[in-house]
Design a protein around this ligand. Structure first.
Ligand code: AMP
Ligand code: MN
Ligand code: MN
Length: 325
């Protein structure tokens, strides 16, 4: 049996951040406010110490996150003259593959893995993983505080974006009193909560709402009302004039149906079937997703299904039944 890499302490990570001069902040494919906000927050803070910082992200910055500071520097390219000891910091991903295939291979000794997912593969030389934190941004905040770096309004806005993204605007059950205290502190530090709310939760394109309508009108309730699922395919995207970014909230509407314990959204476009799973608390959807090569959290998980839409619908239903739905 391969021994699992141990977790790094806050002091060890701080020592490494202080020692290195050049950093690449890496966010996951199909980025959300947590992966991107966490990298931007750490990057902006490290730049005040005179460090060189780059942001790598395979996919473009989603429309609703472009208000965040430094997003103009996010790209899928890297400079040719990176020093050999550049530290690559991976945010909010349980496996290195979630960074996508454009990122060149990085030596393990140059990887810092900051995350809060269940079942993180601990792929870094330094693994700063706190499963009890509501967001990866909250893990970054602990590091900034340990380094006694000032939480500027820009940094605070990035970190509050992480928290609001992963708590669904303080709606999900991971919204603990501590999370609310941290959010209050970030607002006092200058985080622009109105801007975050407007951009992330109240700025839907008309096409996105049309798509939501199509998806909801095809929704199916099964297992005596405990399982609600629907799908979005290329034809629906086209009919609505929408794209993949417009699918974000759909699964939450399914989960919000009375009596529903698990919701699933099947996204059959861009040459793959990606599945978003949400739980209302009884079924661990991370464990279910993990049986099909995916991952996530107890209440929110995802996977890419190796097959067509019909196979995915049948396969996920079967896996959920096995998990006791
Ligand atoms: P989503 O449904 O895309 O919002 O993702 C919900 C959660 O599952 C997030 O924490 C993701 O990081 C995680 N997740 C989504 N897709 C995958 C995947 N293919 N592999 C591992 N984790 C995933
Ligand atoms: Mn994420
Ligand atoms: Mn997260």
């Amino acid at each position: 049996m391969i021994e699992e890499a141990r977790l790094a302490t806050t002091d060890e990570v701080v020592a490494e951040l202080e020692k290195r001069t050049t950093f690449v902040m890496v966010s996951h494919v199909k980025p959300d406010g947590d992966t991107l906000g966490a990298g931007l927050a750490l990057g902006i803070a490290l730049k005040t110490l005179g460090k060189r910082v780059y942001y790598f992200q395979q996919d473009p910055v989603p429309r609703n996150l472009r208000f965040l500071p430094d997003t103009e520097y996010v790209s899928r390219g890297l400079p040719a003259d990176l020093p050999e000891d550049t530290l690559f910091v991976f945010f909010d991903m349980s496996s290195v593959a979630r960074a996508g295939e454009y990122l060149p291979a990085v030596a393990r000794k140059n990887i810092l893995n900051i995350d809060h997912h269940l079942g993180n593969e601990r792929f870094g030389a330094f693994n700063y993983i706190i499963e009890s934190e509501a967001s990866t941004g909250s893990c970054v905040l602990l590091l900034l505080q340990a380094m006694r770096l000032p939480i500027t309004p820009a940094v605070a806005t990035c970190l509050l974006t992480c928290i609001m993204t992963d708590t669904g605007g303080f709606m999900h059950s991971n919204t603990t009193p501590d999370v609310l205290r941290t959010a209050a502190m970030l607002m006092e530090a200058g985080a622009d909560k109105v801007q975050i709310t407007e951009n992330i939760f109240a700025n839907k394109r008309f096409a996105a709402q049309r798509l939501l309508g199509f998806a909801l009108s095809n929704a199916t309730l099964e297992e005596d009302g405990r399982y609600c699922w629907t799908y979005v395919d290329e034809a629906m995207l086209e009919r609505a004039g929408a794209d993949g970014e417009d699918t974000e909230e759909i699964v939450n509407h399914l989960r919000a149906v009375e009596g529903v314990e698990v919701a699933a959204l099947f996204k059959a476009f861009d040459g793959a079937v990606r599945v978003s799973l949400r739980s209302s608390g009884r079924i661990n959807v991370q464990a279910v997703a993990a049986t099909m090569g995916g991952g996530g959290h107890f209440m929110a998980a995802g996977l890419t299904y190796p097959g067509d839409l019909q196979a995915a619908i049948a396969g996920v239903r079967e896996a959920l039944r096995k998990a006791g739905l």
